[in-house]
Each structure stands twice: as structure tokens, then as C-alpha cells.
Design a protein around this ligand. Structure first.
Ligand code: MSP
Length: 575
């Protein structure tokens, strides 16, 4: 998609809904952050976006842990659902809704879907004997069970042999339909390595999958009953998957399901999203998701996170990092250094400080405060003039004047014929940004934003406005040249700040406030649309540009340099 057109297809992005047996940790925050950055970027390019997250409440582990805490399942689910909501508000996520699977709007619709599948004969009663993974609440095939030595491939805990009479979804009917979806990427599984795994497992053949659990004596009254049979509950996984549809299955929101759907999750639960859910949807006569994206895992300071090691990076630790380095620095680190691809990523303090200093304090923040400070110093904080961005310098004269200034202090430029085509460079950066967003390659997307900052830095080194400023009285054209140079830097950084906004909304808003730029979104509404699509907002010298006479306040640097030798932040103990 070129940067001059806006994609009119509504965009729907989801995260897994998280179990409410415990409090949120980095993994939950990470997937939701990735969804947030993608959602904000899609809004920026002008799309109509719906971003959903929420909690999965009817799991056995929720009722079990509730009991351990002397709470009813509902009380315990509510306590933890609130923790997730608070954590996500703290992370400044712009989700359009937060669904809890205990809400009527979900349970009613989920029951209807199961009823439809029963009526059609896609769900039927049968006996089932298999290897059950209690920690994941799923049955595994003989082959997967054997490969993992009859332990859970995810948690390593022993599998249980279970025999049940159950209702089954006829997943086996959809084998060839699924194969076709993946063959031409009608459903795109990303990253590629994950797609190969799914295709490998699909080749082994699909079995019927259980969609219910028999209710046993003494079971807590927790979960949704099968519509046809009071002695069964809908299996929590099948019910949970339905949340993506239940939440938008109404007149106002159905356009999102009919638009472009992206499901995000980690690799642990890809099978459910890439195989079982699309087949259920197809059976119900609904369109499958366009993209199923499964990232890898965060580990902590080189070690896998686990309950037994007690090394989970919980929201409180992220809050301690945010307190010290700013929330947007945490968002930046997680987004650019996270396990978005096929490999796991390590959350380590030393690496955090390295990235913070290199990307934020020394690059983005430094460039922005440098330009702001020069405008403050040389032009009393008022943007001196506009400048045509077509070639940076209409006739090259300003650049020539800058080079003369350098020569006169005995530091001639390496390449006196170099030109800086700002508009051209920015057009390429925004096109790359769009393309990377389409692939969900958020790291490259943000790097194309940073490339504008690097371009400005190079331009400042080359044109040396601080040298020029010392010769305002000696070189005739110096005031004009200085004005053009600073305008070009400020305008380019304004555009870079737009592209950086999805990852760092607070810091970029801080910059816009200091630079008195117009507000581009409804400030009271984190998920609001932009006043215009990026293709318009990123135009040089347009209605949204920095204007002559606009005042730029010299503010504190956006990111103070961090000392790598300081101890890592520690989480405040929580109640
Ligand atoms: N409730 C199910 C999902 C149902 S979706 C219809 C579930 N919940 S969960 O609470 O266990 O969340 C799993 C998800 O949390 C992963 O798929 C991933 O999005 C996120 N993460 C959990 N641990 C993680 C890491 N260590 N690293 C990155 N993300 C991980 O499964």
C-alpha cells in the first residue's frame, strides 16, 4: 500500500484473553503492547481500527486458585481481571474494549455458536481416551505426548490418561479446507518458521476435538453449560476462542470481523488459533482471520521464567523501570527488543540501559532537544521561517553558506557537493513504515522512523548550524541559511515524531506540547482517530507542518542519559 492511499478495510486486532488465576506479567503486557503499537500505527495511517483484549475466566485453574485464596471463582476472577485492567491502563494501551468471558454478552453468543454447530452436525457426542495436559487444559495427540515423554511440552508437568464421554467438534472434516487456506496464504501464519511447524503437524492428520467436559460431583459451578446437555460444560478453550467473535458480533461492530482480522499470541497457543478456530469459523459460515501471528517468549536475565524460580517479571517490576526510565522507554525496549520473531528475547537490565542510551537518550531525545534548543537560542524560541523540503534547500545557497562557514573555521565538509533531499527521504521512510506495518515487522517499522532522526543528525553534522550561528554578522547569507537549516530539522523531526508516536505516545505528545504543534488526536481518548491520515500529516510544508512564528519551548530532555552502573530497579512489594 503506497503512502498516498488510505486502506479503507476496517482493521481488527486481538490479543489472547488471559487467565485470571494470577496477576499480569511481562508476557501478557508484551503481546498487548505489540497489539497496541500496531493498532496505534494503523490508526495513524488512517484506518478504522478495533483493538480487543480481555480475560479468560472459566478455566479450572481459576476455580482452583480461587479456593486456595478462600474466594469464590467469580470473586477471584474479578480481583485478577481488575489487575489486568489496571496493568493495561498503566501501560497506556489503547484497546477499544476489554472482554471478560464471564460477561453475558460473551456467554450468550458463545452458547449460540455451539448450538449452531450442534444443529449442523459439526458437534457430536462420542467417547474419548487421550493424554490430557492439566496445566494447559488440553488433550495432546499420541505422537506429541510421546515426543515430550508424556510430560507437558509447555510446563513439563506429567500428562494424565483420561477417558471421557464428550461432545466433539469434527475438526477432521476441515483438513483439506485448512490446507488450501495456508497454501495461498488466505490465512497467513507468521513468522514463517511457525507456519512450517503448523503445516508439519497438520500433515499428521486432524482428529475430532473435544468441546465439552463432563461435570463431576463436587466440581465448582464454573463455566458455561453445553446448550443441549446439563451434564457437560463447554470446554474452556473452545469457549475462549469465541471471544474474538462474540465481542464484535453486533450491528455496529460486525464490519471489523468482515474487515481484516489479526490474531496475536505466543507460540504456545498457535495451534488453537491457526487450526481449531479457523475451522470452527468456517463451519459457522464466518470468514477466517487474515493473519495469525505467534511470537516467541521473553526470558528473564538469561533464565526461563517460572513459578518455581519465582523470577517472573511482573507488572510491578515494569512499573519500577517506568518510574526510573519513563513508561515510553519501557514500551520502546519491549517493542524493539522483544521476541516478535521466532527467537526468544532476554529482559536484562544491562541491555535495557544500553538500548535506552543508544536509541532514546543519545539519538531520538538528543536530536529533538538539540533542535529545540537551537531554535530557542538563535531565534528566541520562534520558528524563523519555512523552507521548501523538495531539495532541503531551494537553490542550494543555504547549504553553500553553511559550508562557507565551516571552511572559515578550518573544517571543510568531506563532500561539498552533497545534497539533502528531505521530502524524498521522508517519502521513502513513510513508505517503508507502511510496508513494515503490513508485515507486523514493528522493529523495522520503528527503524524507518529512526532513519529520519539519523538523517537529521547527519545533516546537522554536515551543515553545522552552531558554527554558522557564530558568523551571522560576517557572512551575508548566514541568517537565511540558519533559518532554513533549523526549519528543515524541526519539520523532519515533527514527521519522525508522528511515526514514533505508536510506540511512545506520551513522549511524543510531550514534544508536540513543547513545540506547540496542533493536537492530532482527541487527547481525552487514547483510541481516537487522527485528524488526518499519515499521508497528509507527513507532508512537508502542509497545513499540519511547523509554521513560521510557531514558538518552541526549550524543555527538559525527553530522555536523560542513564548510568549503566546503577543497580537495576526493583519492584515495590505488593499487597
Ligand atoms: N487463556 C489462554 C488464551 C485463550 S485465547 C482465546 C491463555 N492464557 S495465558 O494467560 O496463559 O496467556 C498466554 C499468552 O500470554 C501467550 O500466548 C502470550 O501472548 C503471553 N505470554 C505468556 N508468557 C509469555 C512469555 N514468557 N513471553 C511472551 N509472551 C508470553 O493461554
Amino acid at each position: 500500500m503506497g503512502s498516498d492511499q488510505t486502506n479503507q478495510t476496517p482493521y481488527y486486532i486481538t490479543t489472547p484473553i488471559y487467565y485470571v488465576n494470577d496477576r499480569p506479567h511481562i508476557g501478557h503486557c508484551y503481546t498487548t503492547l505489540i497489539a497496541d503499537v500496531a493498532a496505534r500505527a494503523q490508526r495513524l495511517v488512517g484506518r478504522d481500527v478495533f483493538f480487543l483484549t480481555g480475560t479468560d475466566e472459566h478455566a479450572e485453574k481459576v476455580s482452583k486458585t480461587a479456593l486456595e485464596h478462600d474466594k469464590t471463582p467469580m470473586e477471584w476472577a474479578t480481583i485478577n481481571a481488575e489487575r489486568f485492567k489496571d496493568a493495561f491502563a498503566f501501560m497506556n494501551f489503547s484497546n477499544d474494549d476489554f472482554v471478560r468471558t464471564t460477561e453475558d454478552r460473551h456467554t450468550t453468543k458463545a452458547t449460540q455458536y455451539i448450538q449452531q454447530l450442534l444443529d449442523q452436525g459439526d458437534i457430536e457426542l462420542g467417547d474419548y481416551e487421550g493424554w490430557y495436559d492439566p496445566s494447559q487444559e488440553e488433550y495432546l495427540t499420541e505422537m506429541v505426548a510421546k515426543e515430550s515423554n508424556y510430560n507437558s511440552p509447555v510446563t513439563g508437568k506429567p500428562l494424565e490418561k483420561r477417558v471421557e464421554q464428550n461432545y466433539f467438534f469434527r475438526l477432521d472434516k476441515y483438513q483439506s479446507w485448512l490446507e488450501d487456506q495456508f497454501a495461498d496464504d488466505t490465512i497467513t501464519i507468521l513468522p514463517g518458521a511457525r507456519k512450517n511447524e503448523v503445516l508439519g503437524r497438520l500433515k499428521q492428520g486432524l482428529m475430532k476435538v473435544p468441546v465439552s467436559r463432563q461435570i463431576k460431583e463436587g466440581d465448582p459451578d464454573w463455566g458455561i453449560k453445553m446448550p443441549c446437555d446439563d451434564s457437560h460444560r463447554i470446554y474452556v478453550w473452545i469457549e475462549a476462542l469465541c471471544n474474538y467473535l462474540t465481542t464484535v458480533d453486533n450491528d455496529q461492530r460486525t464490519k471489523y470481523w468482515e474487515g481484516e482480522v489479526t490474531h496475536l499470541m505466543a507460540k504456545d497457543i498457535l495451534w488453537f488459533h491457526a487450526i481449531i478456530w479457523p475451522a470452527m469459523l468456517h463451519a459457522m459460515g464466518k470468514q477466517p482471520p487474515k493473519t495469525v501471528y505467534a511470537h516467541a517468549y521473553w526470558i528473564a536475565e538469561g533464565t526461563k521464567m517460572s513459578k518455581s524460580l519465582g523470577n517472573f517479571i511482573e507488572i510491578d517490576l515494569l512499573a519500577a523501570y517506568a518510574d526510573k526510565y519513563s513508561l515510553d522507554a519501557v514500551r520502546w525496549f519491549l517493542t524493539t527488543q522483544g521476541p516478535l520473531g521466532a527467537n526468544d528475547a532476554d529482559f536484562a537490565h544491562a541491555r535495557f540501559v544500553e538500548v535506552y542510551n543508544a536509541d532514546l537518550a543519545n539519538s531520538i531525545g538528543n536530536s529533538m532537544s538539540r533542535v529545540g534548543n537551537m531554535v530557542a537560542k538563535y531565534f528566541e524560541g520562534t520558528v524563523p521561517a519555512t523552507c521548501n523540503g523538495e531539495f532541503g534547500f531551494p537553490d542550494g545557497s543555504s547549504l553553500q553558506t553553511a559550508l562557507k562557514a565551516l571552511e572559515s573555521v578550518g573544517k571543510p565538509a568531506d563532500d561539498p557537493n552533497r545534497t539533502f533531499h528531505f521530502q524524498e527521504f521522508i517519502t521513502k521512510a513513510t513508505t517503508d513504515y507502511h510496508d513494515a506495518l503490513e508485515r507486523m515487522d514493528l522493529e523495522s517499522m520503528l527503524d524507518s522512523a529512526r532513519s529520519i532522526v539519523r538523517f537529521v543528525d547527519e545533516f546537522i553534522s554536515y551543515s553545522a548550524p552552531f558554527t554558522l550561528a557564530k558568523q551571522l554578522d560576517t557572512l551575508d547569507d548566514a541568517p537565511h541559511a540558519l533559518r532554513s537549516i533549523l526549519y528543515s530539522c524541526a519539520e523532519a523531526l515533527r514527521i519522525a515524531s508522528l511515526l514514533l508516536y505508536p510506540a511512545m505516545p506520551q513522549k511524543m505528545t510531550e514534544l508536540w506540547n513543547a513545540w506547540n504543534c496542533e493536537h492530532l488526536t482527541d487527547q481525552s481518548n487514547p483510541n481516537s482517530a487522527f485528524v488526518a491520515p499519515l499521508s497528509e500529516l507527513a507532508q512537508w510544508n502542509s497545513t499540519h507542518s511547523i509554521k513560521q512564528g510557531q514558538s518552541i519551548t526549550k524543555g527538559d530532555p525527553l530522555f536523560m542519559r542513564a548510568d549503566a552502573n546503577e543497580p537495576a530497579p526493583v519492584a515495590e512489594p505488593t499487597a
